[in-house]
Design a protein around this ligand. Structure first.
Ligand code: CAO
Length: 431
């Protein structure tokens, strides 16, 4: 049966929109809810989803058409069977092929040529092996990527649903020019061996979040000279304090934990050690010292690592920090964080202690210059005033940017934090 798919009601007082992208091809099978066209109205740009599954028999609109609510967009054969996937593209993912960078006219500027070079160097493995992936981007954005010689399918979109913006394309170009890249910091990615020679394998496309994480961490790892300084804090007294106030904070809707306490301690440490509350501007050879104290916390979610940011951590009480952290961690796990809640951080805390481990080397969250890793507190027998006593020791691992932070300064910074965890009243005296 052939069904006309019409432009549905958009919103109040919006009767029409301009088609800015056709997202399907004639003959292609579309799933229910998969996007058909991209539409720009005076209020927003969005994708029009298909209300039913079927095979596209006709596309009734073209790019730049102004179409009205109720107008036919495509005709679908809703009884057509979905063809089995081609061997090379056996993902079941709807694909929009982008022209290969090699086939495009090289851009004139030196910068652009550099971008093309890095893309092409990385191309052999990527074009031969993984299946093409669905790309969501406006035609103007696709055009920009083509002009820059960038394969748009390798960009992680920052917009809802992984949609790629012009800004994403420019940022990707900057990363390539600076020598970074999702597959390993501008290094040529070698073709993989054929693993099926040795046994069964399964290919899974990376999610948008996973690609973003890979890109961010590769860039940081290949551009920041990392060193990790290890220390430990005696938190025996702090644990007493935590137990004493836990209930009060729980009544306010938060959880007083090592992490929420660290938020306060770290914010004070950043004030005392301005080099840790900084970013490096490699282009102008300047250090940017920030006068605000926003601290990120790495949260483990089933979709991957997310880093919500607690703004103005220095101005908040333990109670406020505990409530806010509980709320943001929950939002992160329920996919409810807004982009704003993940931006602006100057420093990050990554606490793996709830899971276990004795130490690790966290990767700095660029453009920050340091990150504090926290591992599991354990009972240790320690000499205290000439006596052997059981004490609770919290391992701390600070990774720092060795371009602007020296080893001695890093040791002083972690010691400073350890001392405030051991004697929290120091914070009260100093504020
Ligand atoms: N040592 C011992 N116990 C610890 C601990 C530590 N360092 N950190 C937390 N715990 C305990 C807590 O006290 C809590 O125990 P109770 O339930 O008995 O009170 C339990 O572990 C769970 O803690 P939590 O996760 O609820 O609370 P938190 O504020 O300490 O941590 C958060 C919050 C968001 C940091 C954490 O849940 C998380 O996601 N951690 C993983 C971060 C991560 O993946 N980092 C790696 C990034 S790569 O660099």
């Amino acid at each position: 049966m052939i069904e006309d798919v019409k432009l549905p009601e958009i919103s109040e007082n919006v009767e029409s929109g301009v088609v800015t992208g056709i997202l399907v091809k004639a003959g292609e099978f579309v799933e229910k809810e998969s996007p058909l066209v991209e539409l720009e109205t005076e209020k927003a740009t969005f994708e029009v989803p298909s209300p039913v599954a079927g095979k596209v028999v006709e596309i009734s609109v073209k790019e730049e058409d102004e179409i009205q609510v109720g107008q036919v967009i495509v005709k679908l054969d809703t009884e057509a069977e979905q063809a089995p996937p081609e061997p090379e593209k056996a993902t079941g993912v709807e694909t929009i092929e982008e022209p290969k960078a090699k086939e495009q006219t090289p851009p004139p500027a030196q910068e652009k040529a550099e971008a093309v070079k890095v893309e092409q160097e990385q191309t052999p493995q990527e074009t031969k092996t993984p299946p093409a992936k669905a790309v969501s981007a406006a035609p103007a954005v696709r055009q920009l990527a083509r002009e820059l010689g960038i394969d748009i399918s390798r960009i992680s979109g920052s917009q809802p649903g992984g949609r790629i913006s012009a800004e994403d394309v420019k940022n990707h170009a900057k990363i390539l020019i600076a020598g970074g890249g999702p597959t390993g910091g501008g290094r040529i990615s070698k073709p993989l061996p054929d693993f099926t020679k040795w046994g069964q394998v399964e290919r899974q496309p990376m999610t948008v979040i996973r690609r973003k994480i890979a890109e961010t961490l590769s860039y940081a790892w290949s551009n920041i000279p990392h060193v990790t300084q290890h220390d430990q804090a005696d938190i025996t007294e702090l644990e007493r304090f935590r137990a004493e106030y836990a209930q009060r904070i729980e009544q306010a809707g938060g959880k007083l934990t090592v992490t929420s306490i660290l938020l306060k301690v770290v914010a004070s440490a950043l004030k005392a050690f301005p080099n840790f509350n900084a970013s490096v501007d490699a282009q102008s050879s300047e250090i940017i010292l920030k006068k605000y104290y926003h601290v990120g916390v790495a949260v483990d979610t089933d979709r991957g690592l997310l880093v919500p940011v607690i703004w103005d951590a220095d101005k908040k009480s333990f109670l406020q920090l505990s409530v806010e952290l509980t709320d943001l961690a929950e939002k992160a796990r329920n996919n409810k964080l807004t982009p704003e809640q993940m931006t602006g951080g100057n420093f990050t805390i990554s606490n793996l202690g709830g899971i276990g481990g004795t130490g690790f080397s966290p990767v700095i969250y660029w453009p920050q210059v340091a990150i504090l890793g926290v591992s599991r507190a354990s009972r240790q027998v320690t000499y205290v005033n000439g006596e052997l006593l059981p004490r609770l020791a919290l391992p701390l691992s600070l990774s720092y940017d060795h371009r602007i932070i020296d080893g001695a300064e890093s040791a002083r910074f972690v010691r400073w934090i350890a001392q405030r965890l051991e004697q929290p009243f120091l914070l009260a005296i100093e504020e």
